[in-house]
Design a protein around this ligand. Structure first.
Ligand code: B12
Length: 473
């Protein structure tokens, strides 16, 4: 029994996707990052304890040789509180995940070390430094992982009975679409990096679940690769869902293989029903005049469509909410999520809004895609917040649910009801106040990967203090 302990913690956040709603279960487990980190920790040398604060409390008295905290922007402040508490007890703390990777200097004010970007290629060095008592500063891999020979995430650490969707399996990293509001290309690159299909299948066979979520940024990113995975998945009794972009979801052969291999739902980032808006955020793959037919096509294969929409773009006026939810209900979407545009640090949206001095709140807890932290172009912040809330009310109204319910066809009615009831309950906002105004953050974002787009790249470098600028270039 190893004597040394590493305590990995996912701080709580008020997200409808990860807070317990019914039967003490959350819709998703947000632990893919920490399970991948735990997989890099030698089991014969360390016992790993995993805490998801969305479903349980953090044991601040648990004896540990190191605490590791994962954070997205919406829950990094809670992460900092937890880090401060453990450091006050003399426990070394390391942070990782999207927000610490983009705001490493800010995170270092609360922890001993930060892993910038992927952890797999730096964990050995980090654990060596821990043992030698010299754990400090930034740990950044010199190159992106080849995605070959990745250790199996520690699914055994998951409290499976507390989540509806328990198991995330990653088949690729990176995304070539480059939407201006998205962090993925600056975290994992603009090129898709693929895991060998046999390694993906081995992991799916061993992960202990027959229901999996593929957590690629875009599983249908390129024409042939997803087909190889789906052919290999066929006949294994696996039910799966994935996030994909709309373009290749129109491919009949892609959908045939998806249905044959157990796909029950596709989450698609449609974002907006306006082509001009989509062009303005560089999501050129989306063709709004194809959306309604695409939903029907996917459903004809017995696959549900979870549509992800965002509001607050410069082209959006107060009519956008009714127009979008009216379209979603009319087109018979199975489920939808509505987000307020959020200028995440380091994204082009962040720099564009900073330049125009449109961000009024830097309270990271408000960066949850529910609250509003900037001044939209054609409406007031409170109108955007109320519009997002009203869209959920309309789309998940009893009338809309009855109208959209799949009485016929091969879609999973049980999954359909779970999503609609969870979203209907979870999406209700307690208060509709926009985020409080706050002073600007001291530290500037320093994305793990510099954007290629000149304007975006210059904006990143301009924001950095001299020494960091030189090391970033
Ligand atoms: C799948 C996914 C989800 C899943 C959960 C994924 C998970 N982490 O388990 C679900 C659907 C639950 C989800 C929810 C949300 N998500 Co999401 N999600 C993604 C997606 C598509 C993939 C993330 C993933 O699984 N990566 C795989 C793992 C292995 O990678 P990783 O987490 O980066 O971890 C690696 C490193 O970061 C590092 N690391 C991570 N943590 C730690 C900790 C330590 C101690 C160390 C040493 C290293 C380390 O090591 C890991 C291995 O290399 C991303 C990216 C994208 N393109 O859109 C968005 C993304 C992360 N999500 C995002 C957001 C905003 C959300 C929500 C807030 C949305 C909402 N309105 O509710 C919620 C938050 C829910 C919560 N966390 O409680 C944003 C985050 C932006 C930001 N700056 O915070 C992203 C980047 C999308 C975007 N377009 O910008 N999400």
């Amino acid at each position: 029994m190893p004597t040394r302990v590493i305590h990995l913690i996912n701080p709580k956040t008020d997200s409808l996707t990860t807070r317990p709603i019914y039967f003490n279960r959350a819709l998703y487990s947000p632990l893919a990052g920490l399970l991948a980190v735990a997989a890099c920790i030698p089991r014969d040398q360390y016992e790993v304890v995993l805490t998801d604060e969305n479903i349980e409390t953090v044991d601040f008295d648990l004896k540990a040789d190191m605490v590791g905290i994962s954070a997205m922007t919406s829950y990094v402040n809670r992460g900092y509180e937890i880090a401060d508490a453990f450091r006050a007890k003399g426990v070394p703390v390391v942070m990782g995940g999207v927000h610490p990777s983009f705001m490493a200097q800010e995170a270092l004010q609360h922890c001993d070390a930060v892993v910038v970007g992927e952890a797999e290629l730096v964990m050995d060095r980090l654990l060596d430094d821990l043992r030698a008592g010299r754990l400090r500063g930034l740990y950044r891999a010199q190159k992106l992982h080849s995605m070959v020979g990745m250790a199996m995430p520690r699914y055994d650490l998951l409290k499976k009975h507390r989540y509806v969707n328990k198991t995330f399996v990653q088949t690729s990293r990176g995304c070539h679409t480059g939407c201006t509001f998205c962090a993925e290309p600056l975290m994992n690159g603009l090129k898709f990096r693929y895991r060998p299909v046999n390694e993906v299948i081995a992991e799916i066979e061993a992960c202990g679940s027959k229901n999996i979520s593929i957590n690629d940024a875009d599983f249908f990113g390129t024409p042939e690769r997803p087909k190889e995975v789906m052919r290999a998945l066929r006949g294994r009794g696996i039910k799966w869902q994935a996030g994909v972009t709309s373009k290749l979801a129109e491919d009949e052969r892609m959908l045939e293989l998806a249905a044959e291999s157990g796909c029950t739902m596709l989450s698609i980032g449609f974002e907006s029903i306006s082509r001009d808006t989509l062009k303005s955020v560089h999501k050129l793959v989306n063709q709004p005049d194809h959306f309604a037919a695409l939903v029907k096509k996917i459903q004809s294969y017995g696959i549900s469509v979870f549509g992800l929409f965002m509001f607050g773009f410069d082209g959006d006026d107060p009519q956008v909410f009714g127009a979008t939810t009216g379209f979603n209900i009319g087109a018979g979407f199975d489920a939808c999520a509505f987000s307020a545009l959020t200028p995440y640090p380091g994204t082009l949206t962040w720099y564009e809004m900073r330049k125009a001095n449109r961000i009024f709140s830097y309270d990271w807890t408000m960066y949850d895609q529910g609250h509003v932290v900037f001044s939209p172009a054609q409406m007031r912040p409170d109108q955007l917040r109320a519009g997002v809330d009203e869209s959920y009310k309309q789309f998940y109204s009893a009338n809309s649910i009855a109208r959209r319910f799949p009485f016929t066809g091969k879609r999973s009615r049980a999954q359909w009801l779970v999503y609609n009831l969870f979203m209907r309950k979870a999406a209700r906002a307690e208060n509709l106040d926009p985020a409080p105004m706050t002073p600007e953050p001291e530290c500037a974002p320093n994305p793990p990967i510099l954007p290629l787009k000149r304007e975006w790249r210059d904006a990143v470098l301009e924001g950095l203090p001299e020494p960091l600028r030189q090391s970033a270039e």
